[in-house]
Design a protein around this ligand. Structure first.
Ligand code: ARG
Length: 622
């Protein structure tokens, strides 16, 4: 079973070899059966139409619904410049030849070629697909779907980036989930990824926090529960500031006002005063320690915890100097501004330094990018930040471009919409941990309702956590990033409909098929499998979906949409579940049972790989 088919060789045997370097770098027939078909179809269609191989290869599209074929091509896209051909007629003519066994243009291993509207649709021969895809999955295992799209390319993916002492809000959660997914996907596709968390750990509010900690802080609580405690302190000291203002206790510039003390404190920090920095460093350290634990629940381990505080002053100075040299800065009432409307009207004017000389969020981002480029020499850098910061991001991207950094065009902003109504059960402010704990508890309650099943689970609490986490993540990833969505406990935790628990259930059920097969499954890897026994339509359709997986990942690399993979995994799971009634394993003749088991097993592996890329931990029982 684990003998990996050599589809490159098969293409050679059929005399199909593109001489285009570009296509060679795009195509992976040995890892992706659909690429085998792409080459095959392109070759024949190019010959029958006289249209360039490259043009056709680029125009072949994957199809989302099985009725519409496996690959399809919109004829107008390849007729560019060819006058006098009607796409709605010529497609019928070509399709007839491509599907005719007696024609020299006949495409082998294809079940049918159909012309409709302006398209030609190609339906793969499922027997060929089964024979090649199942062993491919069985031999690649956790790597099925991985295509080495690049070699030795570096990418930095910056995501999550919460602010110390402030709530980890829904925006940070989304950034975390999407960024974790992108990290996995890029790694899977051969990139050298550095995942980075750019903490909001600098600015006047840390002066305020330090002042507040002297009044309200407790060392003990800080080390036990830093994130909640710092937030508590922050809320209290902010209340003091408000109260002082409202009750007119101090005027704004009274040196004794809390606000002023905070400003002075931060000024000391910015000037490098060690005693002032010491306490801040502890806040930072404790928070990071706690974050590491929480992120681990989401399968995320950062390569780098950076932060606004870590941007070297000299990089910020360098940026400011360049801005002057390039004549980008003008002064207005003592403030330094940069006018970006010259380059793009929407970008407006923006402040680049504060009157007291301390840096701003924007300039820190400019300095941080310069620093990162010098350190990592990345080929690409992705920022996963909420769309509320579209303007901010576009501004610092434009500034970097205007400063003349040629790598500025390697930056990409992956944005997303809002989450509405995310609060804990008690309705308190949300920290990631609280949300995950709540979900876990709820999931645990749901699981306990099925007593018999519950008893079979080894570590029910752990499973409840993993399934709960999937619920949160899938709810977040199942629609296009840019859409807003409402955080809904009931729907998210349901086992029905397209939810995280449903995917987990689909995986655990496939696991149980393998378990129940006992020794048959244990010997599967080394068994001879008679694939011709998988002649049912549902088996063919299931393998068609399984074979699309590498392509789906490739699409996701382009659109950076986790929903592309989510949608696919739901289609896969639905296809599997429609096979259960028809393709039994238990009680079948050995040969039949083995073949079916091999099919289910490749479905499970594919589901597993997709879930892992999304950042989930597939469970074996639930
Ligand atoms: N800490 C910021 C916030 O919570 C997000 C940082 C995003 N990343 C960046 N490079 N600006 O709003």
């Amino acid at each position: 079973l684990q003998q990996q088919p050599d589809l490159v060789q098969q293409l050679k045997n059929l005399n199909i070899e593109s001489d285009s370097e570009k296509i060679k770098s795009l195509t992976f027939p040995n890892e992706n059966v659909v690429d085998f078909y792409r080459n095959l179809i392109t070759d024949k269609l190019s010959k029958v139409s006289g249209i360039d191989y490259n043009v056709i290869y680029d125009a072949l599209e994957t199809v989302n619904s099985l009725e519409k074929g496996d690959l399809s091509i919109p004829i107008p896209r390849i007729l560019r410049g060819k006058k006098g051909l009607n796409p709605r007629e010529i497609n019928h003519e070509w399709a007839a030849k491509l599907g005719d066994k007696d024609s020299e243009f006949f495409i082998p291993h294809i079940k049918s070629v159909k012309a409709a509207e302006i398209f030609i649709a190609f339906y793969f021969d499922t027997e060929f697909l089964i024979k090649n895809t199942i062993p491919l999955v069985a031999s690649k295992k956790e790597n099925y779907g991985s295509l080495k799209l690049v070699e030795g390319k570096k990418i930095i993916i910056e995501f999550s980036s919460p602010n110390i002492a402030k709530p980890f809000h829904a925006g940070h959660l989304r950034s975390t989930i999407i960024g974790g997914f992108l990290t996995n996907l890029y790694r899977f596709m051969g990139w050298d990824v550095t995942s980075m968390n750019y903490l909001g750990d600098w600015g006047k509010q840390f002066g305020l926090l330090a002042v507040g900690f002297e009044k309200y802080g407790s060392e003990e609580t800080l080390s036990a529960d830093p994130i909640n405690h710092l937030f508590e302190v922050y809320v209290k000291v902010n209340a003091d500031v408000t109260k002082e203002k409202e009750e007119g206790i101090f005027t704004d510039d009274d040196p004794n006002s809390t606000n002023n003390q905070a400003r002075l404190y931060f000024k000391r920090m910015a000037d490098g005063d060690e005693s002032a920095l010491k306490i801040w460093a502890r806040f930072r350290e404790f928070s990071i320690e706690k974050y590491i634990e929480t992120y681990a629940r989401l399968n995320i381990n950062y390569d780098v915890y950076s932060g606004e505080s870590q941007v070297p002053q000299e990089k910020i100075d360098q940026a400011l100097k360049l801005m002057h040299e390039k004549d980008l800065i003008h002064e207005d009432k003592g403030a330094k501004l940069i006018d970006l409307t010259k380059f793009n009207k929407k970008l407006g004017k923006t402040l680049v330094t504060k009157s007291d000389g301390t840096s701003l969020y924007l300039t820190r981002d400019v300095g941080a990018a310069i620093d990162r480029y010098e350190t990592y020499k990345f080929d690409k850098m992705i920022y996963v930040i909420a769309m509320q910061q579209d303007l901010h991001t576009a501004q610092f991207f434009e500034i970097l471009k205007q400063l003349g950094f040629e790598w500025a065009n390697r930056l990409e902003h992956v944005n997303f919409g809002m989450v509405q109504g995310m609060s804990t059960r008690k309705g308190t402010v949300v920290f990631l941990d609280n949300i995950l704990n709540d979900t876990k508890d709820k999931m645990h309650e749901v699981m306990q309702k099925n007593e018999a099943k519950y008893k079979q689970i080894d570590e029910p609490e752990k499973v409840a956590d993993l399934v709960g986490v999937s619920a949160v993540m899938i709810q977040d990833m199942q629609a296009k990033r840019i859409n807003n969505y409402e955080f809904k406990w009931e729907r998210m935790l349901s086992f029905e409909g397209d939810t995280g628990p449903y995917l987990q259930y689909a995986h655990s059920r496939l696991k149980s098929v393998e378990r129940n097969a006992g020794s048959l499954f244990e010997d599967l890897a080394t068994s001879e499998v008679d694939f011709s026994l998988l002649s049912e339509e549902c088996a063919g359709n299931l393998i068609r979906v399984i074979s699309q997986f590498p392509d789906v990942l490739r699409v996701a690399m382009k659109n950076h949409e986790p929903s592309t993979i989510c949608t696919y995994l739901f289609r896969l799971s639905h296809q599997v579940s429609s096979c259960y009634d028809i393709l039994w394993v238990a009680g079948q003749e050995k040969e039949v049972a083995i073949a079916r088991l091999a099919l289910y097993s490749s479905a499970r592996q594919t589901l597993y790989n997709g879930m892992k890329i999304l950042g989930l931990t597939p469970v074996d029982r639930m």
